[in-house]
Design a protein around this ligand. Structure first.
Ligand SMILES: [Zn+2]
Length: 456
């Protein structure tokens, strides 16, 4: 058991109770057992309980990162891709990603999940869609092995690309698979890894890459398979004007209309980005319950545009937050993503567009909803013990304590959580990972990156 003693502030994101002060949180197994002032432990329980003094800590539900491409952590900040838009950026990077090997998948997963945990995320998705010719190892098994090391709750998607250059797509032909290969492997990973329970540590979703890299048959078959197994569907959509032009030229339809035709709308579907939707399309998203994962840093980095998140929130469209891949962020800084999301909406709509509380709601309960977890994202008895604790006595928060929750996104030269707890287990202790040596992750990730990239 873990007892968080005398918490300075607790932002619960439970609709029935706002911020709490000076309470204890008792964690038993992988669940939050009790939240109350002065919880007393029976003497025999005290010996088996770790007690953490939280008198200086803000406690929030662990954030949920809904969109990432872990492998890109090894190709971040490449000079040749620093100043290009999405399509040129992809054309530059695809041949580099085609050299991915098992070590690169393993260490990039360690690296990305380490950064997420250290910045307050406790659950993450990953969108792995590069399956290079000749890569015979089980990519998802490697990812799960790494995620178990760092201790994050992990809901990877089985991504796919089938439309190579010779078929009019964007990726080179040596990183795409045949529809038959994709469909067979989606079934395999669901059977092998998927746990449908409300607080699963392993949960699979399906995610063809985008309308410009996957053929119609795979899109339709993927949706059928997801419905058959009751799992979540995800893809990139309406990220750039180039994508819209591609869809209009190839199919004669806007991206969202294509999704409707392919049975890709509903409460089990969410899209990354969603920048270029018109008014009637926003209404259609709301009507169908289709969700959007906002990735503001990537959208700024690639100059893609500003998603209409404030309007989506006002309409009641389901929303989550994602750091996106590290070749377009270039970090897995979840708290930084919340800060950028709050600020970017203000650029478009003015200072009242998005409050700190609203962005954290999107980053916690909103993300949990998109990924299909019913018992994470809140601090409430019976919910998963997924928590991030920030030490409010640090220099960076001095002078900002009138509103501790807002302080962690309004201030911000260091986004590190002091403690992170996932599934009742401490995975970040006093700012350091407990599951893996951080220097070793960095050194091994750099070795893998050197093999991929000739620019080092
Ligand atoms: Zn992405």
């Amino acid at each position: 058991m873990i007892l968080l003693k005398n918490c300075y502030r607790v932002a619960t994101f439970n609709p029935n109770c706002d911020e709490l002060k000076k309470v204890d949180i008792l964690i038993k197994g992988n669940l939050i057992e009790k939240i109350a002032p002065n919880i007393e432990l029976a003497p025999q329980k005290a010996d088996e309980t770790e007690i953490i003094d939280c008198s200086r800590h803000l406690v929030i539900p662990g954030m949920v990162n809904c969109h990432h491409h872990f492998y890109q952590t090894l190709t971040r900040n490449l000079p040749g891709a620093q100043n290009t838009g999405l399509f040129d950026w992809l054309k530059y990077l695809y041949p580099i990603w085609a050299r991915l090997d098992p070590d690169a998948v393993y260490y990039s997963t360690l690296l990305a999940t380490a950064e997420l945990l250290k910045t307050g995320a406790t659950t993450t998705s990953d969108h792995m869609y590069i399956y290079p010719a000749g890569f015979d190892d089980d990519i998802m098994a490697i990812q799960f092995e790494a995620a178990r090391k760092t201790g994050i709750r992990f809901s990877p998607t089985r991504g796919s690309m089938t439309l190579g250059l010779k078929d009019g797509g964007l990726p080179p032909d040596n990183v795409v698979q045949t529809p038959r290969e994709v469909i067979a492997d989606m079934e395999r990973v669901i059977d092998k890894f998927h746990d449908p329970s409300p607080i699963a540590m392993q949960k699979i979703a399906l995610a063809p890459c985008s309308p410009f890299s996957v053929d119609k048959t795979v899109m339709i078959e993927t949706a059928k398979l997801a419905r058959q197994y009751g799992i979540v569907l995800h893809t990139h959509l309406a990220e750039t004007k180039d994508e819209e032009i591609f869809c209009l030229e190839k199919y004669g339809k806007r991206p969202l209309k294509l999704m409707a035709d392919w049975d890709w709308l509903g409460e089990d579907v969410f899209f990354a980005h969603g920048i270029f939707f018109n008014d009637s399309e926003l209404e259609f998203l709301r009507e169908t319950g289709t969700g959007i994962c906002h990735c503001p840093t990537s959208n700024m980095r690639l100059g893609s545009g500003i998603a209409r998140i404030k309007e989506m929130r006002d309409l009641g469209i389901r929303l989550g937050l994602g750091v996106d891949g590290s070749a377009s962020n270039d970090s897995s800084d979840m708290l930084g993503e919340a800060r950028n999301a709050m600020l970017l909406q203000r650029v478009k709509y003015g200072p009242g567009a998005m409050s700190a509380g609203e962005i954290f709601r999107i980053a916690t309960t909103g993300g949990a909803n998109l990924l299909g977890f019913s018992k994470i994202g809140r601090i409430e008895a019976g919910y998963a013990a997924d928590l991030a604790l920030f030490d409010m006595s640090q220099l960076q928060y001095a002078g900002a304590l009138a509103d501790p929750l807002a302080a962690i996104v309004f201030t911000g030269f260091n986004h590190s959580a002091d403690w992170t707890i996932v599934h009742g287990k401490i995975v970040v202790r006093k700012g350091c990972l407990t599951g893996f040596d951080e220097e070793e992750i960095a050194a091994k990730a750099n070795e893998s990156a050197k093999r991929l990239v000739n620019e080092f």
